[in-house]
Design a binder for this molecule. Structure first.
Ligand code: CO8
Length: 308
């Protein structure tokens, strides 16, 4: 709780600045996203800078860009996930924010997925706390009322792929060196049912089955072909394309889009919501097994050797 409180303070939006350049009007429902046509567009930006995540909210467009900045590889540690969730919650409650683009400030890497060091050689208590934060991140993002777009500007294995799949739309840098996929089995671990469900809902059962069993990582062209991503663009255009795509999505009335999104996603989210504790227990007992710890150690050594 102390960590949460400390992060809350760090994550507070600050430094509102800017000039009103055009007129806009924006009314809100309980989730703050019933939008009226622009009368005045205010070029006001809220920026929040916290150690691992930077959020820029453009109040004139209602679009926030969340930059993950946790070098060297944007791994999803407990601290990172806590910050991520706090920022997400703040944006969700902010009536002026209707769309969220998630991208990386770390060169060549969108996210290397869950921080392996949170799963290797730690206590069952810490593992449980960590897994709860992973669940929280997924539930919040998957059920978000905002339009969410992943601007995938680098490698995106495992948890990085999960974040992408959890968004409404995926734009990836067309660089054949990058890859994306749920590669858990390659580490000797198993993607839980809600990772699997998220992928099934995106690319279908057969592709997911093969993908998960083999722990496949796809290059951008392959990922586009199977529908794992929606659009490829040159790397330098990822963010601008995400912004343009967001404009199209935001042209749809919020209430209709949100109800539709909920209709599509709620049954999947509810499966985890009603099984959270059992899912945490499963994770902790699985990950703390000697054989699984050994697999993780071998994988970490492989990562180090590859580097050398
Ligand atoms: N967690 C922790 N540390 C990591 C991770 C990670 N996921 N990935 C890389 N690192 C570390 C490396 O060990 C290295 O550390 P050091 O500098 O101390 O040697 C440092 O980050 C930099 O890594 P690289 O030199 O490999 O960086 P590159 O830019 O060359 O490559 C890659 C970037 C491609 C992202 C590469 O690092 C990579 O492939 N990483 C592994 C990615 C991966 O396999 N992630 C899977 C994580 S598991 C997960 O997300 C879902 C788990 C579900 C659990 C279910 C259990 C029941």
């Amino acid at each position: 709780m102390a960590l949460r409180a400390a992060l809350r303070n760090k994550c507070g939006f600050s430094g509102m600045s800017g000039v009103v350049t055009q007129l806009f009007s924006c009314s809100s429902s309980s989730h703050g996203r019933v939008y009226a046509p622009p009368i005045v567009i205010a070029q006001r930006r809220n920026s929040s800078t916290s150690p691992k995540i930077k959020v820029d909210l453009d109040q004139s467009t209602g679009v926030a860009v969340m930059h993950m900045q946790n070098p060297p590889v944007n791994s999803l540690s407990l601290d990172f996930l806590t910050e991520f969730c706090i920022n997400l919650e703040k944006l969700e409650m902010d009536k002026s924010c209707r769309g969220l683009i998630i991208t990386s400030s770390v060169p060549k890497v969108f996210s290397a997925g869950l921080d392996i060091m949170e799963m290797y050689g730690t206590t069952p208590e810490r593992c449980g706390e960590f897994w709860k934060a992973v669940q929280e991140m997924w539930l919040k993002l998957y059920s978000s009322n905002m339009v969410t777009i992943a601007a995938i500007n680098g490698f995106s294995p495992a948890g990085g792929c999960l974040i992408s799949l959890t968004c409404d739309y995926r734009i990836m840098a067309d660089n054949p060196r990058y890859s994306i996929g749920l590669n858990e089995t390659q580490l000797g671990i198993v993607a839980p049912f809600w990772f699997k469900d998220t992928m099934v809902n995106t690319v279908g059962h057969r592709t997911t089955e093969m993908s998960l069993e083999l722990g496949l990582l796809y290059n951008p062209s392959e990922a586009l072909k199977i529908g794992l991503v929606d659009h490829l663009v040159p790397e330098e255009q990822v963010l601008t394309t995400a912004t343009q795509t967001m404009t199209k999505w935001l042209a749809i009335p919020d209430h209709a889009r949100q109800i539709t999104k909920s209709m599509m996603r709620k049954p999947t989210a509810d499966k985890l919501t009603s099984n959270r504790e059992a899912d945490i227990q499963n994770f902790v007992s699985f990950i703390t097994k000697d054989s699984i710890q050994k697999s993780l150690r071998v994988y970490l050594e492989m990562l180090r050797k590859r580097k050398g």
